[in-house]
Design a protein around this ligand. Structure first.
Ligand code: NAP
Length: 320
């Protein structure tokens, strides 16, 4: 495994981070038991992963807790989250702290390394900063939170609008950002300032469902070409990203997707979720490979650098 600094938090984190949400929820969604899911987390730890992301709605905090029993707590960097606004109800600071306390109970730990406000949109930002953050600072002083962060909600926020508002408020030490081969806005919107200010970055949506599904990539590309948003030839082939796969380049599209994100300047941890032990190993292998050839990176920037909001699927009935 390779390790890096998470911004200026002082945390040393694996460049591959295990996301226990997404569509797989560590396999719970496809019928794995909690013990099997916890085993998968320990497989990730065996591969050197020390960063684990969870959140109350994923239903995986208990599984993280099971896995944490078998490892040294201080060797792991654990992140969880809380909503501040859901179903038209704004959470009080007390409710957010109760969510933190419940997460700690489920995970069997007395502190969380990174506590993120979950899926914040620009219109929620003032409330996050002025009403919720002061309560989080108090919990940090008590030692229950090591670092405070924000995750954006790329499913509805295609332009990093919430993070752009937050960039100059020093309370946020870590951001979770959506970024991938066909959604590259964070390169201009977020990374220049996070790099300058030492804000740690956790990347989501590197693959999600789009790049795990080649026929879908072709379908979306045809639609983008029809709308004139990408070059015409990209809509005339069933393998529009095939140019990335060659000797000296990527092994396949998923390999390309992870390597593209991993080596973007400003990226600290690339999160991925899986319920599959073979995918876990393959993803770590990809993240440890060198960058894509410079010509391929440049081509991806030229062809898709202007796109926003491609392949940012949500869960049915849920938007984060
Ligand atoms: N706003 C937020 O706070 C927010 C939003 C989204 C995500 N997140 C976090 O980010 C983490 C990562 O989420 P993500 O959005 O990047 O999506 P993801 O959950 O990593 O999606 C990857 C998808 O591709 C599949 N996959 C993974 N590796 C594969 C491989 N090698 N070959 C084929 N299929 C593969 C997975 O299914 P298999 O089970 O079949 O491998 C999964 O369905 C989440 O777990 C969560 O922790 C946070």
């Amino acid at each position: 495994m390779q390790y890096t600094a998470l911004g200026r938090t002082g945390l040393r984190v694996s460049v591959a981070g295990l996301g226990t949400g997404g569509f797989s929820r560590m396999g719970l969604k496809s019928g794995k038991t909690e013990d099997e899911s916890a085993r998968l987390i320990l497989d990730a730890v065996d591969l050197g992963i020390n960063f684990i992301d969870t959140a109350p709605p994923y239903g995986t905090e208990g599984v993280v807790g099971k896995a944490l029993k078998s490892v040294k707590r201080d060797a792991m960097v654990v992140a969880t989250k809380a909503f501040i606004h859901r179903n038209d109800v704004w959470s009080t600071p007390e409710r957010v702290v109760a969510s933190l306390d419940n997460s700690l109970r489920l995970m069997g730990t007395d502190y969380v390394d990174v506590f993120n406000l979950h899926g914040i949109e620009a219109y929620e930002y003032d409330y996050a900063l002025n009403t919720i953050a002061p309560a989080l600072i108090k919990e940090k002083e008590k030692g229950k939170i090591r670092h405070i962060g924000l995750t954006e909600n790329p499913i509805v926020d295609f332009t990093n609008a919430a993070l752009k508002r937050a960039l100059h408020d020093p309370v946020w030490e870590v951001y979770m950002v959506g970024f991938h081969m066909m959604h590259q806005g964070a390169r201009a919107n977020v990374f220049p300032v996070t790099r300058q200010n030492g804000i740690g970055t956790l990347i989501m949506f590197a693959v999600r469902s789009i790049f795990a599904d080649p026929p879908r990539v072709a379908r979306e590309m045809k639609e983008l070409a029809r709308k004139g948003l990408v070059e015409k030839w990209l809509g005339e082939t069933d393998d529009p990203l095939g140019f990335l796969v060659h000797a000296g380049g990527a092994a396949d599209i998923i390999d390309a997707a992870y390597r593209f994100v991993r080596h973007e300047p400003g990226v600290d941890v690339v999160l991925f979720g899986t319920g599959d032990a073979a995918h876990l190993r393959m993803n770590v292998e990809s993240l440890l490979k060198p960058p894509l050839p410079e010509a391929d990176r440049a081509k991806l920037a030229t062809l898709f650098g202007h796109l926003e909001g491609i392949g940012l699927d949500g869960h049915e009935g849920r938007t984060r």
